[in-house]
Design a protein around this ligand. Structure first.
Ligand code: HEM
Length: 453
């Protein structure tokens, strides 16, 4: 009992250190015991071979719900995250097209506009908390791009309710309610669970009203994700019900905004902590025309390499969705029996010196000269459960970063290194990551950068 308790606490309090210590001691694969689900054996993998094997195990041989069921009160039972087998496939088929290809292009200008709007009042000398601003930006982007809502009374109410819900659920004591079902007791509006249920009801009312209106208006010119989902059909010609739509919207919102905001906070920190990287990025941005062009920005090679390297060194989600073995599976030549939980470990895969020389160093160039396989580099997981927002969030990161860096000169308010800390299910920079702003034209920023060595 003692060992599972200690290992669980280490995983919660300092997960990156715990995983790195285990890898240093035991190598690419190791087993820990955690509390909960009868203290199962949890096997972590980080070699490309083991990750490839793990992601290739057919879904019917694994149970994903054992890990994801904690999200049910938040996401709803119809959420993609809680589905398995055919219904998981069906929802992915309905959702995936809305996040890819030409659809993305339709969101580019809106993303740049929202970023400009939120940073409009930044003045020279102002101290900005990147930990507050980045979620503001990504939250607005989700509300407008995914929900397709425009500012107004319902938008305001939904924003207030969702923001306070999200603030609460990232607090460790509040999030523990979801992990311990006996705490889920409605003891009135002031009890923690009672408050959660009432707030969820209010949020749901607003979402269902939005869905109703959208169904009635039948406006085919809309390109937001809710409108696309309302009219999408599966292979049998079936459309999503209102409850299905609600559950996907909430899941996309909760999984999509804090993750991207966290990576953006890391990017701003890393490029300002490495002036030579910032210099090279500014040179690249300087080649852009005066008008921001989302397509041009998304093609910039060094900007892309910066985003990739940031997601390598700080992948936000340390692991892929844990999966429990139903019967027996073989991973990298070892057999794992029923009840073992398999975890492809993104954080450790990204820190293997065999794949990434000097893995602790931030070096965007490594992505300019080499292509990594999807088992060596997997910030968005892999296989049939990989992140459906991957292309969207990379696009969003590049546009937000380029929009801000083209208009402002920023400095880290504190030159001491920050370290990774847990926030909800993500790993973000410690503290509120303050930066000081001085508004500059792009030409002025250029003349102030150090000479390239
Ligand atoms: C930088 C930002 C993001 C990162 C690092 C990230 C990472 C991940 C990871 C590691 C997984 C688990 C994959 C696996 O088990 O193989 C995942 C799943 C998922 N993500 Fe993301 N994500 C990000 C942004 C987003 C966005 C913007 C959305 C949607 C708007 C989104 C929606 C989802 C969904 C729905 C799943 C569950 C997929 C399934 O179970 O089939 N994510 N994400």
């Amino acid at each position: 009992m003692m060992i599972p308790l200690i290992q669980t606490l280490q995983l919660i309090v300092n997960p990156t250190r715990f995983l790195e210590d285990c890898a240093a001691r035991y190598g690419d694969s190791f087993i820990v015991r955690v509390l909960g689900w009868n203290s199962p054996v949890v096997a972590f993998f980080s070699s490309p071979e083991a990750i490839a094997d793990c992601l290739a195990v057919p879904a019917k041989e694994l149970d994903f719900k054992k890990a994801t069921h904690v999200f049910q009160p938040l996401f709803g039972g119809n959420s993609l995250v809680l589905q398995e087998g055919r219904s998981h496939n069906r929802l992915r088929q309905l959702l995936m097209p809305t996040f890819h290809g030409d659809r993305l292009k339709a969101y580019g200008e809106l993303i740049c506009q929202i970023t400009q709007e939120i940073t409009r009042n930044w003045t020279a000398g102002a101290s900005i908390s990147m930990q507050q601003i980045m979620p503001n930006i990504t939250f607005e982007i989700i509300l407008q791009v995914v929900f397709g809502m425009t500012p107004g009374e319902r938008y305001k109410q939904l924003k207030e309710l969702l923001t306070s819900l999200l603030d609460d659920i990232t607090k460790p004591w509040y999030s523990s309610l979801f992990f311990f079902p006996p705490l889920q007791k409605d003891l009135g509006a002031w009890s923690p669970w009672g408050k959660f249920l009432r707030r969820r009801e209010e949020i749901d009312k607003l979402i269902y009203r939005e869905i109703d209106e959208r169904r009635l208006s039948k406006d085919v010119s809309r390109t937001d994700i809710l409108s696309l989902l309302i009219s999408a059909c599966d292979e049998n010609g079936q459309q999503m019900t209102d409850v299905e739509l609600r559950d996907q919207l909430i899941s996309l919102l909760l999984l999509g905004y804090e993750t991207t905001a966290g990576v953006l906070a890391w990017v701003f920190y890393l490029i300002h902590f490495h002036p030579e990287v910032k210099y090279r990025l500014m040179q690249e941005l300087d080649g852009l025309g005066d008008e921001l062009n989302p397509e041009e920005i998304s093609q910039l090679p060094y900007l892309s390499a910066i985003c990739q390297e940031t997601l390598r060194i700080h992948p936000i989600a340390l692991i892929c969705t844990p999966r429990m073995v139903n019967d027996i599976v073989e991973i990298a030549g070892n057999k794992f029996t029923s009840g073992t939980v398999l975890v492809p470990c993104i954080h450790l895969a990204h820190r293997r010196a065999e794949t990434y020389p000097e893995p602790e160093k931030f070096k965007p160039e490594r992505f300019l000269y080499r292509k990594f396989s999807s088992y060596e580099y997997l910030p968005f997981g892999g296989g049939y459960r990989s992140c459906i927002g991957a292309a969207f969030s990379i696009y969003e990161m590049k546009l937000v970063l380029a929009t801000i860096m083209s208009q402002f000169q920023l400095e880290l308010a504190d030159s001491r290194p920050v370290h990774p800390v847990r926030r909800g299910i993500t790993i973000v920079p410690s503290g509120d990551m303050r930066m000081v702003v001085s508004r500059k034209t792009r030409a002025e920023v250029q003349t102030q950068l150090p000479l390239q060595s």
